[in-house]
Design a protein around this ligand. Structure first.
Ligand code: SAM
Ligand code: SF4
Length: 342
């Protein structure tokens, strides 16, 4: 198919690719910095952070999201990072995105540190809900996994989110062999008790240290087997999984649910509806993509909205069929998860 002149793409007010997938979910990374050092994500010493002038400004972020929502069919915006709560202008950005017409759904993926302080302001600004990452109920294991002694802050952040009405509060957990892989049933019992919706995420090859090993990872199958030692799990709407990456299960007949995101062992690429914007203004079609499209350069050279939208559509048109994790030629992307925006 010849890229540039395809009429469907040129005329479309949507981000469609050659496989017919339409992106409606925009993940925006607000910073690559973080106050934790999760072993599956970053090395102990941190990373070479992006220089401040390379980061999109608040105005640039709001302009790009505005374009995405008003002319490119984006209906859902998720802020992530790095740790998005470290972005000083976060509340203001949320407020300005909430004022867009049509107003997108907005959520935030965070490690929860600092949420106690900001949850009420974020809710008032228009944020709909949060996903808080927490892998363990044991403070000592938390310290080993994240290399920081902040377990208590995350628990407080979670409570603050629920009290502020950023609901349903979702909790993301990654299980690591030999560290917290025995905790799945405890985490689920705790989530049910506190009315959090738990989702396990398979560990992906996106760590900066390139330490991921397929035969060492905890699979969705392992997680379900472990959960079933204590809970009855019945599939919920698996046929309607659509683009939602989590396969969901009713816990002991419901109403509580648990999700498992099997990005490695059961990838959901054929139904993917995501597009990504990094903190330095690069569009990525996939977490595992090796190419990026530079919208920041276009913005800063004075390009009009139509030109930037055209570049974004063109980038998405080239989205690959799948992440290629099973392909023997798979090569991990140069940027780690924290720099892409998880
Ligand atoms: N700092 C925030 C947080 O931790 O929620 C947002 C960014 S973080 C990169 C987003 C999500 O990616 C978190 O839930 C984290 O557990 C997950 N994550 C990071 N590295 C991962 C990896 N190698 N495999 C699977 N999930 C990972
Ligand atoms: Fe930070 Fe999130 Fe990466 Fe952990 S997973 S180091 S909290 S960016």
């Amino acid at each position: 198919m010849s890229g540039n002149s395809d009429p469907a793409r040129e005329g479309a007010h949507v981000l469609i690719d050659t496989y017919g997938r339409v992106a409606t979910d925009l993940r925006v990374s607000l910073t690559d910095r973080c106050n934790l050092r999760c072993t599956y994500c970053m090395p102990e010493e941190g990373l070479q952070w992006l220089a401040k002038p390379d980061l999109l400004t608040d105005d640039e972020i709001v302009r790009l999201i505005g374009m995405a929502v008003t002319t490119l069919g984006i209906t859902e915006v998720r802020f992530t990072g790095g740790e998005p709560l470290l972005r000083p202008g976060l509340v203001g950005i949320v407020e300005r995105v909430a004022a867009l017409e049509p107003r997108p759904q907005m959520s935030l993926t965070t490690n929860g540190i600092g949420l106690k302080r900001t949850a009420t302001a974020l809710k008032a600004a228009g944020l709909n809900r949060v996903n808080v990452s927490l892998d363990t109920l044991r403070p000592d294991v938390f310290k080993t996994l994240t290399r920081r002694d902040r377990h208590h802050d995350v628990l407080e952040g979670l409570e603050a989110a629920r009290e502020a009405g950023l609901t349903p509060v979702k909790v993301n957990s990654v299980l690591m062999p030999g560290l917290n892989d025995d905790e799945a049933p405890d985490l689920l019992a705790w989530a049910v008790e506190h009315d959090y919706e738990l989702r396990f995420i398979e560990q992906m090859p996106l760590d900066a240290q390139h330490g991921w090993k397929r035969d060492g990872m905890v699979t969705a199958g392992d997680i379900l087997t472990s959960l079933r030692t204590r809970f009855d799990l019945s599939p919920e709407g698996q046929d309607e999984r659509g683009s939602a990456p989590a396969e969901r299960w009713l816990v002991d007949g419901g109403p509580h649910r648990v999700g498992v995101i099997a990005s490695v062992t059961r990838p959901f690429c054929s139904a993917c509806d995501r597009t990504r914007l990094t903190a330095d203004g690069q569009v990525r079609t996939c977490l595992f993509a090796r190419e990026e499209t530079d919208l920041r350069a276009a913005l800063r050279s004075g390009a009009p909205d139509e030109e930037i939208a055209r570049l974004w559509r063109l980038a998405m048109w080239g989205k690959k069929a799948g992440a290629g994790l099973d392909d023997p030629s798979f090569v991990q992307p140069d940027r780690p998860m924290s720099a892409i925006g998880g």
